[in-house]
Design a protein around this ligand. Structure first.
Ligand SMILES: [Zn+2]
Length: 421
């Protein structure tokens, strides 16, 4: 057939003959036959095998559109009998085993899933998001073949992140030195994390020098059990997060008190305005002082003038955030003063944090001393949260993990036919 080699090139099909091309119901169908030497190979190990049967006859694989027209590659798909793998469908050179898409199609879909929105991928490639999930899982599995993300890792950050409603969680591990996601699995408990250390193996566990985490006992205990040489550090980010959460709780309490008061009658003259002010104080309280708008700064000043518990709480939160940035010695001194001030403040929410900080004192001092660059881990976690939002509809944590690895582990393939950039 004339132009066959052009078509092979366009479709990215190797070691096969183009037997024909046709238009059926507005769809291009390209008939293909594998070269003799590539026929009847096991799709798992690629060894030559005896033919078992014709399988389900001729099969179609979706390939990249030809121009704007949907296209399929069509070929025989016999089954073979492999000594090792039993009866399996024979391998083809243009698709992964078990996939109804060609390699180039899957490569482009994976690239797009990393760079574009769910609806863009769906519309452009004309596939369901569930199919995308399965494609990503296959592309990542291939990308990981002959490559070990855990090699050379010495400083790790371990965190948990929720996905989907119903409190389902992933445990994620990030390398502090490369800022890459190196491992993720569904679950958040010792058993899940042990899977990571099993994969790492005894020797590489010994080479772990630092591990940072969010203070959860299941993480700290497992690291100590598995990594004899690791210093366990607290993540600074989480300490500030606790303070922000406490501050927000206090704000809501004050606001609720005020509403109750109003219901009971005889509200003070400006009660309505004050309630609104407190409701809107949220962002002023949570923001860093440098980023406040004039209005937010004014809100804070009013809270101060009124001697509000929110003002006291805000000061405690800010001092904690600032002291964590200081050099270890100074930070530790300031932390002691901070704990004393919390005791005097009478703010129950902050007393809880003080208790936790006292319990995690060694990990916090290790964090201040060793200064792992947690910004990287946090940015990976923030990105995973964004990926989670895009991954709604996967119905499968492994598709989410695949998208996270494509995006954050350096596994994203280039577009078909382009060099890696
Ligand atoms: Zn085999």
């Amino acid at each position: 057939m004339r132009g066959a080699s052009v078509l092979r090139r366009v479709l990215g099909i190797e070691h096969a003959l183009i037997e024909g091309i046709d238009l059926e119901d507005d769809v291009v169908v390209v008939d293909v036959r594998l070269h003799k030497r590539q026929q009847l190979r096991c799709s798992r190990c690629r060894k030559r095998c005896a033919k078992h049967d014709d399988g389900r006859g001729r099969r179609r694989w979706r390939c990249l559109d030809l121009g704007s027209t949907k296209a399929y590659v069509q070929s025989d798909a016999p089954r073979v009998r492999c000594r090792e793998h039993g009866v399996v469908v024979a391998a083809v050179t243009w698709a992964r085993p078990g996939s109804g898409f060609t390699l180039a199609f899957e490569q482009q879909t994976a690239w797009l899933a990393v760079h574009a929105s769910q609806s863009t991928v769906g519309q452009l490639m004309r596939v369901t998001w569930r199919s995308v999930g399965r494609i990503l899982t296959r592309v990542v599995a291939d990308g990981l073949a002959g490559r070990d993300l855990l090699d050379g890792v010495t400083r790790i950050g371990i965190d948990e992140t929720s996905y989907r409603r119903g409190h389902r969680y992933l445990t994620v591990v990030v390398c502090h030195d490369t800022g890459r996601l190196i491992w993720a699995a569904p679950g958040r408990n010792k058993a899940t994390l042990k899977l990571f250390f099993d994969e790492l193996g005894v020797e590489r566990c010994k080479r772990i020098t630092h591990a940072s985490a969010d203070g959860a006992a299941w993480i700290h205990d497992t690291v100590r059990e598995k990594c004899p040489n690791a210093i366990v550090c607290m993540d600074a980010f989480h300490i500030v997060k606790w303070a922000n959460e406490a501050l927000d709780k206090i704000r809501r309490e004050v606001w609720n008190d005020m509403r109750q008061h109003r219901k009971r009658g005889r509200p003070p003259k400006d009660a309505k305005q004050r309630a609104r002010q407190i409701k809107h104080a949220r962002w002023a309280l949570l923001k860093n002082p440098d980023n406040l708008t004039d209005k937010q700064a004014a809100t804070l000043a009013e809270l101060e003038a009124a001697g509000s518990p929110m003002w006291k709480a805000w000061l405690l939160k800010e001092d904690l955030r600032e002291l964590l940035k200081l050099d270890a010695d100074e930070a530790i001194d300031r932390l002691d003063l901070w704990l004393e001030r919390v005791d005097e403040s009478g703010l129950a929410e902050f007393e809880k944090i003080a208790k936790t900080i006292r319990e995690l004192r060694p990990e916090i001092e290790a964090m201040l001393t060793h200064r792992l660059t947690n910004g990287r881990v946090e940015s990976v976690n923030a990105k995973i949260r964004l990926i989670q939002i895009r991954a709604f509809g996967f119905h499968n944590p492994f598709a989410l993990i695949a998208l996270a690895k494509l995006t954050l582990s350096g596994l994203c393939p280039p577009l078909p036919g382009r060099a890696v950039t």
